[in-house]
Structures are given as structure tokens and as C-alpha cells.
Design a protein around this ligand. Structure first.
Ligand code: SF4
Ligand code: SF4
Length: 430
């Protein structure tokens, strides 16, 4: 049973949706920036069209039926539209609150039965791992074993499995590294201590990208920062928020606030830009108390430090840079990876063509809308091919997995990694 307070948080007021939708002047400037509109060329799959439909539903002029849900579900929530909107329509919040409205069971006859379609197994997995992301540390060795004895490859060879969501999920799963790694609560600075920070580990990264978080810790230690990794931290809650489960997202934010409270730190560092963007925005969007210190992307934090004393080995390679949407359209720090990697002598950095368009990973979008996700990924593969790069760097774990799976499927040897991992290698601390 929801309390009145929860209800007011979960059930977005139609008046608020209408007020935001009313700010759209239908200029259409956002249309060429919308990946789904570019693919389908349907107004209903454009930001302007979606806003008009949201307005229609919120004002009860049109029913909240399956047709409405199809176009809302197709939105990647990449917020490329928001970044270019001259009227600053807060599209990200609009789509999240629309999804929250769709997730509420109602007896309202103007609405069809519209729910986010997930099977029970998937919902169970989400609640097991999102609600307590340290459980990923426990399954890491099991997945490693599963891969070692060839079960993953075996299942992927079966047509029956490959065509299912499980097959899709398995195709994105990279080789697990560091199966037995256990996180320490504190990693002390090397040499003179310049400060203390904490690291936000995320959830999926605890399973598939331990290397990035370890690299961040080692680089920060090398630059004189002690790094705290509180065990009580959990998933950021972005997956819940983007599927309209605002109460659950709020609960995870509160648990994370408690986990990091009381530490004498100057920032909470995030290595996944999607998590960082969510942690940064959520409190102001939903008017809850902020984290006690700023949430800072690792690239941004490192670009502001003094690198004069650090020895970095040259790398005479071409490195393509992908800008995740959360970095480009939300926290607006996409120039930081370029500045950071420029510390590596000899490196040739190339901005990936089409960086203004989402790669299609978008949280669990690759599972929910596989055709669109694959089409967007194919465009990225073509752009990457043209660069002639040996590496692709991206600062978001979801994009990293999506790109890596595309390259594996094509048998390409380009390595996909986080900028901080490449930097750590060149500093020789891995
Ligand atoms: S750019 Fe902004 S105001 Fe113009 S159509 Fe898009 S959302 Fe509406
Ligand atoms: S968030 Fe992305 S996919 Fe959704 S309407 Fe805006 S530009 Fe299009």
C-alpha cells in the first residue's frame, strides 16, 4: 500500500506534465537530432510528436493506449532533443514522468492497460541485483566459470537461445575479468596525500567492468588521492527512474546518500557517465536533499589535477572517442576525455562521426527495442571502421558493452575501453 506522500511522488501531476509540454512551441529544431525520428521519419517518433501526444494524454483528449505506448517506449531518453531545444523544454523529466504515469494501475477509462512489458524472470533479476548491487560481486566468479567451461558460447550457438532476450543479453556479456576481486573500503594515496574522494562503483560495472573502477582508483592514488569505496553503496537507480519507478529510484538514492555520508571527502567520483548524470540530477529534479558532496565524473576530476609529475608512456595509436549521451546532453562534460587523453604522448584522438546520436545501448533499451538499438549500433560500426582506430574509448559502461558486442559480432580487433583504463595502462599501474 503506498502512502499519500509516495503517491504524490509517483503519480506525476497531469498539470505538471501539461505545463512542461505547453512550453514546446513546435518549432521542430529538435527533429534532425532525434535518432528515432531519423530512423522511422514518423512525427510520432520525434520529440515534438511525443510531446504533443503526452499533452493529449495528460489533458485526456487522447487515450493512453498501446499506440501511445509504442512511441513512448521507442524513445531512448538520450535527451539530444533537450540539448538543442531553444525553449529549454525539460524533455528528460517529461519522458520519465510520462513513463511513471504509464506504470500506475488505474481505473481511469480513458486509459488502456499500458504497462512496461517485462517478464517475471527479468523483473526478478532486476530486483535481486539493482536493489543490492554488491550481489554482482558474488556472481562474478560463477559467470566466469560459466564462460570458462564454454556454456556461454554453447548457448549462443543455439538458434533457439540466440533469438531470445536471454540470447541477446548473453551476446552483450564480455569475458569476465578479475573474477575474485573484493573491494576494499579504503585505497590509500601514494606519496603526498592531496585529498580524499569516494568512488561510486555502479551495478553492472561490478560484474563486467571491474577494470575501469580499479583503474580509476589506481590513477587517483597515484595522483595523491585516497579513495573510499563504501560497501553499503548500491545501484544509482537510473534504470528504475527511466522505467517510471520513481519511488524505487528515490529509495536507492537515499541508500547511496547514507552510504557516502560521514566520509571526509571532497567528491564522489563516478566512472560511468550514465550513473553520474543520474546521481547529479535526481536530487534537484525531485527536490530531495542533495548528496553532501558533489558527484564528479572521473574524466572531469582528473582533467583538473596537476599531471606534471606523472610519467606517461607514449602510445602511437589512433584512438576513436565516443561521447555518451549522458555526458554530451546531461552533464555536458564530453570535452573532458579528449583533454585527459591528450596527456598521453603520441596519441591520435579522433572524434567518432555521429557522436551527437545515441549508440542504442540506453540502459536496457538494447533489450526492449533490439531492432532500433542494432540499427543505431550499425551506424556506429560504420563510423568506427572509417576512423582506422585501434581503440575506442567511451565513458559509459552500457555503451562500452554495446560497442564491444558489435565489434565481436563482426570479428573486429578494436579494443573498447574507458579513457581512465587506457591512461592507467600508459602510466604503467595495471
Ligand atoms: S526544439 Fe523544443 S520547442 Fe522546438 S519542437 Fe523540439 S521540444 Fe518543441
Ligand atoms: S530523448 Fe532522444 S529519442 Fe527521445 S525524443 Fe529526444 S532525441 Fe528522440
Amino acid at each position: 500500500m503506498q502512502s499519500k506522500e509516495d503517491e504524490s511522488l509517483i503519480n506525476p501531476s497531469r498539470a505538471r506534465l501539461l505545463a512542461e509540454a505547453n512550453r514546446c512551441v513546435s518549432c521542430g529544431l529538435c527533429l534532425p537530432h532525434c535518432p528515432t525520428y531519423r530512423l522511422t521519419l514518423s512525427e510520432a517518433d520525434s520529440p515534438r510528436g511525443r510531446i504533443a501526444m503526452i499533452h493529449g494524454v495528460a489533458s485526456r483528449r487522447i487515450p493512453m493506449n498501446e499506440r501511445f505506448a509504442v512511441h513512448i517506449d521507442r524513445c531512448l531518453a538520450c535527451r539530444a532533443c533537450e540539448a538543442v531545444c531553444p525553449n529549454h523544454v525539460a524533455y528528460g523529466r517529461l519522458i520519465d514522468e510520462t513513463r511513471a504515469m504509464m506504470a500506475i494501475p488505474t481505473s481511469d477509462s480513458s486509459r488502456g492497460k499500458v504497462v512496461i512489458k517485462k517478464n517475471r524472470f527479468r523483473s526478478l533479476l532486476e530486483s535481486i541485483f539493482i536493489d543490492k548491487s554488491s550481489r554482482f560481486d558474488l556472481v562474478r566468479p560463477l559467470i566466469y566459470l560459466f564462460q570458462k567451461i564454454g556454456l556461454q558460447q554453447g548457448l549462443l550457438r543455439s538458434d533457439l537461445v540466440r533469438r531470445t532476450k536471454l540470447g541477446l543479453l548473453l551476446s552483450k556479456l564480455p569475458w569476465i575479468r578479475f573474477p575474485l576481486h573484493a573491494w576494499q573500503e579504503v585505497y590509500p594515496a601514494i606519496g603526498v596525500q592531496r585529498g580524499e574522494v569516494a568512488l561510486f562503483l555502479g551495478c553492472v560495472a561490478r560484474l563486467v567492468d571491474v577494470e575501469t573502477n580499479l583503474s580509476a582508483i589506481l590513477v587517483l592514488n597515484q595522483l595523491g588521492y585516497t579513495v573510499h569505496v563504501p560497501n553499503a553503496q548500491t545501484c544509482c537507480g537510473a534504470l528504475y527512474q527511466h522505467s517510471g519507478r520513481i519511488a524505487e529510484a528515490t529509495d536507492l538514492i537515499q541508500r547511496n546518500k547514507n552510504a557516502f555520508a560521514g566520509l571526509n571527502i571532497k567528491a564522489i567520483i563516478s566512472t560511468a557517465s550514465g550513473c553520474g548524470a543520474h546521481l547529479t540530477e535526481f536530487c534537484s529534479q525531485y527536490q530531495t536533499e542533495n548528496f553532501s558532496v558533489p558527484i564528479v565524473d572521473i574524466n572531469k576530476f582528473l582533467t583538473e589535477l596537476d599531471w606534471n609529475e606523472v610519467k606517461i608512456t607514449a602510445l602511437s595509436e589512433r584512438v576513436a572517442v565516443h561521447d555518451p549521451c549522458s555526458m554530451r546532453n546531461v552533464v555536458r562534460t564530453s570535452d573532458c576525455p579528449y583533454q585527459l587523453l591528450a596527456h598521453i604522448p603520441g596519441i591520435e584522438l579522433i572524434e567518432l562521426a555521429g557522436n551527437n546520436l545515441c549508440c542504442g545501448a540506453a540502459g536496457t533499451y538494447f533489450l526492449d527495442q533490439p531492432e532500433i538499438a542494432e540499427s543505431l549500433l550499425n551506424d556506429k560500426m560504420v563510423a568506427l571502421d572509417k576512423t582506422g582506430a585501434s581503440y575506442l574509448v567511451t565513458s559509459n559502461v552500457g555503451c562500452l558493452l554495446h560497442f564491444a558486442s558489435g565489434l565481436r559480432a563482426q570479428g573486429k580487433k578494436i579494443e573498447v575501453l574507458h579513457p581512465v583504463t587506457l591512461l592507467a595502462r600508459q602510466i604503467g599501474i595495471q
